[in-house]
Ligand binder design. Structure first.
Ligand code: COA
Length: 167
């Protein structure tokens, strides 16, 4: 049987339990899973690339076939350069579909060999998003149920610091 790898890209600003659910499930489907921490040009991130990478590394340290990476440029071209066969994305609701469909078709146009695999989000995390986590934390709410334990303190500390600096 041939070695099969996939890539799970996202902004992960910050990583949530919803992302972790997709990571754990897709890591079981492939021999290797790359998690690509990227910049979405239409979003203004609260965490730096290095902070986001560090948090995901901590949260995935126990999953042996995961590698965290980043790059600039096009996802479909990077995927080709490292030989992955699929992009993994989580679908939360109908509202995600149009955006995801557009990305999948664009990536396919750039790299014909590349498939996009959608995993349905665990129903527990249907409502969850990184923006909601930031909103709750900034307003003094408890985010313990929403983010992986390994990243909880980093996220709280960073958002507190942002608040003090008026960011
Ligand atoms: N459960 C709960 N929430 C989830 C989730 C899940 N399983 N999966 C994603 N989300 C949420 C995230 O928290 C995030 O919330 P936010 O919008 O409040 O930040 C949102 O869904 C989607 O974010 P995420 O999956 O982290 O990344 P993204 O959609 O911002 O990623 C890129 C987009 C980076 C993959 C895309 O811009 C890209 O590929 N860029 C590279 C350049 C390129 O090739 N561009 C052409 C693409 S066609």
């Amino acid at each position: 049987m041939s070695f099969k790898s996939a890539i799970y890209p996202g902004s992960f600003d910050p990583v949530t339990k919803g992302h972790m659910d997709i990571i754990k499930r897709s890591a079981k489907m492939y021999d290797k899973l790359y998690i690509a921490v990227l910049t979405n040009s239409s979003k203004r991130c609260s965490f730096t690339i290095d902070e986001r990478i560090e948090m995901i590394k901590k949260c995935t340290a126990h999953i042996s076939n995961v590698e965290v990476c980043t790059f600039s440029g096009l996802l479909a071209e990077y995927a080709k350069s490292i030989g992955v066969i699929a992009i993994v994305r989580g679908l939360r609701a109908v509202t995600d579909f149009e955006y995801e469909f557009q990305m999948a078709l664009t990536n396919k146009k750039i790299n014909k060999e590349l498939e996009t695999i959608f995993l349905t989000t665990n129903s527990k995390y249907m409502y969850l998003s990184s923006s909601i986590v930031k909103e709750i934390a900034r307003n003094g709410g408890d985010i313990t149920d929403f983010v992986p334990a390994a990243a909880l303190e980093d996220i709280k500390n960073r958002l507190e610091r942002n608040d003090k600096n008026g960011l």
